[in-house]
Ligand binder design. Structure first.
Ligand code: COA
Length: 173
């Protein structure tokens, strides 16, 4: 795998994803089998970092969602509708051969920069991560690095309030 990586870009048919191996089988399978359908179906926008040969080295999938206010902290539900609008990070993974080189962090930075742009045109209270597996505390600790916190104590869903995105982005630049 080449070390010279491309900037984050939308997943296209030109990208090679057959050999992607993050160590998390379900995330690998999702990229191989379902990510390509997300864009035409308007269910998920997958952004990838690829190497010079167009092999996918890391990806993140984005969609819009809503958080049930009854399962949200006061800061998110204050003066908000029952379905609190949020930007969803559905999945994020980096190929094992490229882990530890800043690709995951670059994908998070890309998502947060995208969130800043989106927030000018549409409103959402938080960025939500829906891939925190209670059986995988490593995933939770990864998101906490960027200021994400559980919606409720012990929740598998983590959030970063929209008003805090810029602060996290500053720490990444
Ligand atoms: C977790 C994952 C996305 C990290 O991607 P990456 O490209 O290796 O991460 P980066 O190189 O940008 O960052 C490396 C830093 O994050 C830390 N880190 C890596 N995984 C971590 C984790 N699960 N929890 C906390 N910190 C973690 C490293 O120790 C390193 O810290 P340092 O910069 O202080 O040395 C990647 O390992 C992965 O895809 N794992 C399998 C899928 C998964 O578990 N996804 C979790 C998020 S949904």
């Amino acid at each position: 795998m080449s070390l010279r990586l491309r900037r984050p870009a939308p997943l296209t048919k030109e990208h090679q994803k057959g050999d992607f191996d993050s160590g998390d089988h379900s995330k690998d399978e999702w990229l191989r089998r379902h990510a390509g359908q997300g864009r035409p179906l308007d269910t998920a926008a997958t952004w990838v970092i690829a190497d010079q040969a167009m092999a996918v080295v890391g990806y993140v999938a984005l969609a819009m969602t809503a958080v049930d206010a009854s399962a949200a902290p006061e800061s998110l539900r204050r003066q908000a509708p029952r379905a609190v609008p949020a930007l969803l990070i559905g999945r994020l993974a980096v190929d094992r051969r490229a882990q530890g080189r800043g690709v995951g962090t670059a994908l998070v930075a890309h998502v947060l920069a995208t969130a800043v742009e989106l927030r000018e045109k549409a409103a959402f209270r938080a960025v939500l991560v829906d891939s925190a597996d209670p059986a995988d505390p490593a995933a939770v600790s990864w998101w906490k690095r960027f200021g994400f916190e559980p919606l409720t104590p012990g929740s598998t869903k983590l959030f970063l309030a929209s008003q805090d995105i810029a602060r996290t982005l500053e720490t990444l630049s």
